[in-house]
Design a protein around this ligand. Sequence first.
Ligand code: NAD
Length: 471
Amino acid sequence: MAQNIDTRIVVLGGGPGGYAAAFLAADLGMPTTLIDAAPKPGGTCLHVGCIPSKALLHAAQVIHAAHDAAAFGITFGEPKIDLAALRAKKESIIGMHNSHLMDVTKKRGITHVVGRGAFIDGSTIQVENGPKVRFQTAVVATGSVPAKLPTFEIGSKKIWDSTSALELETVPKTLLVVGGGYIGLEMGSVYAALGSKVTVVELTPGLLPGVDPDLVRPLQAKLKTQFTSILLNTKVTKVEDVKDGVKVTFEGELAEKEQVFERVLVAVGRRPATANLGLDKADVKVDAKGFIGTDEQRRTSNANIFAIGDVAGEPMLAHKASHEGKLAVQVINGEPMVWDPRAIPAVVFTDPEIAWAGLMENEAKKQGREVKTAKFHWAASGRATTLGRTDGVTKLVVDPKTDLLLGVGLCGPGAGELVSEAVVALEMGATAKDIAMSIHPHPTLTETISEAAEMLHGLSSHIYVRKPKVL
Ligand code: NAD
């Protein structure tokens, strides 16, 4: 029988939100307990999300770079893919982070409990086949799980979710990706690069619904060359396990209503992991979608229990979870903090990447807010031409009256790295003029941000903006 634990703070869930919270709590001197069902911390992001998918996307990028080198007079043969070696590399990357996280958990003196935990009252978590953990304060950071659609629940191993797609069991000859969102496009890109003929089916009229169309356009054009087909405004109405794969029936404006795919990846969103947590026993309220309701300090309806990360609402992004985790711990530590970010960056790690931070034009329109925008096309960037990547775009959104920067979006290779400049500028309350007047190194893709800022004042060196004649 495991010995019961009394702790100042318990964190339930060891993903990037949970472990960031637990580490800070321990660093601030609080006796801390971290509970996670998996043997090692890291959560979805490390084990079956961000990290393995980015490792595979790197492999995809290498394949593309080798192919694109032909434009520079360098040719390689067809890539030979050793799937076992690729899988092993991915696992070794996860393993490296696992060892590090285990090490720093131990060094911080955190009590690490492996097992599924559930509240049995407002101050106790019972761990399955493990101890009872009595706490003064708890942070719920249990994350999210892939959303399921009844149509696909036919018990077939040929139907994947993001976790099974990351296992790299096989490179199917044909892959249907259901959902043109983050996961669908990232994993679709991986399998397309590895050699699968990929079809994407998306319910709405466009890929990445909600993302500014000016950013999606260059990606969609490139994906048309990587994927066999992109079916928009289309629904899957039936799937059937057949000898050669999965027979799929579509509803939409397509010629072929039925097609067979070797594998089907369902990536239609994620839902908060709040089931079987005993939240009701702890008086923690969840909304209709299953998210735990919190105030601006991430406190739930039980004042001693906080919730952070995917389980506490959109956007479901690891970096948002880590920041919320640290905020909750600072609040628990008595600091007068609230959740008030000006920008939470988002990145889609496709080729080209899409990244944005702050308010984009599509969102401003929805809010009925007047904005001024500038688009700098990468064809005018020296650095982009040297990379053979003139397909990108950088877009700035500013307040027309004050010139205050409201949002920045980028589509192009490295957009995910470039967006951090925007985040700092937004948090610091920069104007477009501030950005234009900050010297950006040449030749780099960062200049696309400063030139877009210059465009707002009609002064970009590489884009000619016609001005009225002065008589
Ligand atoms: P998503 O919300 O990004 O995309 C789901 C897509 O599926 C949407 O385009 C939606 O219109 C479509 N869809 C829904 N029902 C459908 C149906 N029946 N048929 C066809 N299409 C349908 O969700 P996701 O791609 O599953 O990712 C889940 C979450 O994980 C994301 O919201 C994101 O927060 C996170 N994530 C982030 C990253 C990243 O930061 N790079 C990567 C992967 C996942």
